[in-house]
Design a protein around this ligand. Sequence first.
Ligand code: ATP
Length: 367
Amino acid sequence: MTAAPHIEVEDLVIRYGAVQAVGPVSFTVGAGEQMTLLGPSGCGKTTTLRAVAGLEKPYSGRIRVGGRVMFDGAANINLPAEERGLSMVFQSYAIWPHMTVFENVAYGLKVRRKSAAEIKERVREALALVKMEAFADRHASQLSGGQQQRVAVARACAFSPSVLLFDEPLSNLDAKLRGNMRIELRELQHRLGVTSLYVTHDLEEALAMSDQILVMNAGNIEQNGSPDAIYNCPRTTFVADFVGSSNLIRGKVLRDRSSADTVVIETDGGQVIHAATCGRQYGDTACLSVRTVHLDIADAASAPPQHPNRWPAKIERSVFLGDLTQIHVMWGGRELIIRRAGPQHWQEGQQIVLSADPAHCTLLEDN
Ligand code: ATP
């Protein structure tokens, strides 16, 4: 069951002078869902987030949260940020170093003129959420980066906002801490059941944290879907390339062998490859995406059993990268890249059998 939409963005356009930075884009975020805006630097994700927050005035379109109009270009409505009931966590934490942890978290509640007793209780609850109760009296300047970001999250949660907005909140942390904080934030978001919009350019972060991912490119939406759909069924060459590592294979469609569920294409190198259509239309030529982890290799003697996609190929080189090994293979006059877990023992020039499940060879919409 999909949740009722809590954030509704419709035909949103954001301009800086003559330059159109975003749009038109439309999307919805279900109540209690975490949606991530994912894309390369400059694609417009932060600008979109800031428009929802009320920190950027869009050129046109509509933004509603919980049914309330936040922005409507045609009706000339643009609610100020402080009246939107949303909370934002920034990459830079934006906590005040001269205040204690308690004072930082209490700040928004004081501005909202809550009673001293309520402030005390709400701050205690918020600090408990991020496991920072013991630090209430510590000056914020005496905290590590990870602790400062926890305080920023507590501050954002303290007044029970209707939406949490995150702008690359983990980018300033080291890789290990980022991995842990990712899980903590995801659990917190689930526990609170709060709708959130999260911006990142980090693929792993987006896959690990999101219910829905919206992949952006040059101010527009390339694809909107679950992490599984985005990874396993990329729609365009941009998504296939940006979301994980893919081999892109172009070729001519063999009409007499293609069906509603599968498409068969012949590459320039003469190889024939069977792939899943994912319900997409195709013309005379097509482009397929095959993830580097979805190609299998075996030595010619112990090749796996029957597969429609099974070809002789030759090892070019093998590069050990720690957790995985990247193997370059010559196939039909071009190179394919394969990634396997751990060390691998392939020799340069070795003849092998390469195979790929057609379900993991995905037809893209553009070619
Ligand atoms: P990053 O990950 O680098 O922050 P982003 O995807 O969040 O990138 P935005 O910051 O939203 O990208 O920027 C989108 C586009 O709008 C970019 O081309 C950027 O140069 C432009 N832009 C952003 N802010 C302004 C501004 N204040 N004035 C003019 N152009 C701007």
